[in-house]
Design a protein around this ligand. Structure first.
Ligand SMILES: Cc1cc2nc3c(=O)[nH]c(=O)nc-3n(C[C@H](O)[C@H](O)[C@H](O)COP(=O)(O)OP(=O)(O)OC[C@H]3O[C@@H](n4cnc5c(N)ncnc54)[C@H](O)[C@@H]3O)c2cc1C
Length: 105
């Protein structure tokens, strides 16, 4: 029987941890996506991205992702197309991250 952790005791997840876990999920989805997706499968991944941009549990990231999706609409005509779109989109998201300020000693 699966055991579920008590949500009240769950540690908060950092933006970086959440991002890494989400990208792992998304790139795995891309790698498993069919070469010849059905209309429903294409619709599902487009909806998933739109839903992520609304409910992603980092509000600032969700808002940024809405802009990214507007400028880079989901391409899911095949496995190659979707996984390449994910790769490009991951780069776009990360380019928009605030730069770490260097410390001069
Ligand atoms: C939808 C979404 C929106 C986000 N929005 C923001 C935001 O607005 N601001 C913010 O600060 N952070 C945001 N993040 C988090 C951010 O993208 C990173 O996940 C986080 O900063 C951790 O970065 P990282 O360098 O450890 O590796 P990540 O970028 O999380 O990458 C994890 C691993 O994926 C691999 N990888 C890296 N790039 C690619 C690529 N292009 N294609 C395939 N694999 C790759 C590498 O092995 C890497 O170690 C968002 C994440 C998601 C999923």
């Amino acid at each position: 029987m699966p055991r579920c952790p008590k949500i009240n005791n769950a540690q908060p997840v950092s933006k970086e941890e959440l991002g890494r876990a989400t990208w792992t999920f998304l790139h795995t989805l891309g790698a498993q996506f069919p070469d010849k997706p059905t209309r429903q499968q294409k619709k599902d991944v487009k909806e998933l991205m739109a839903i992520l941009s609304r409910i992603y549990p980092c509000k600032e990231c969700a808002d940024n992702f809405k802009d990214v999706l507007r400028a880079n609409p989901v391409e899911a005509g095949s496995q190659a197309e979707f996984s390449q779109w994910l790769c490009r989109t991951h780069n776009v998201v990360n380019r928009r991250k605030p730069r770490k300020v260097g410390v001069s000693l």
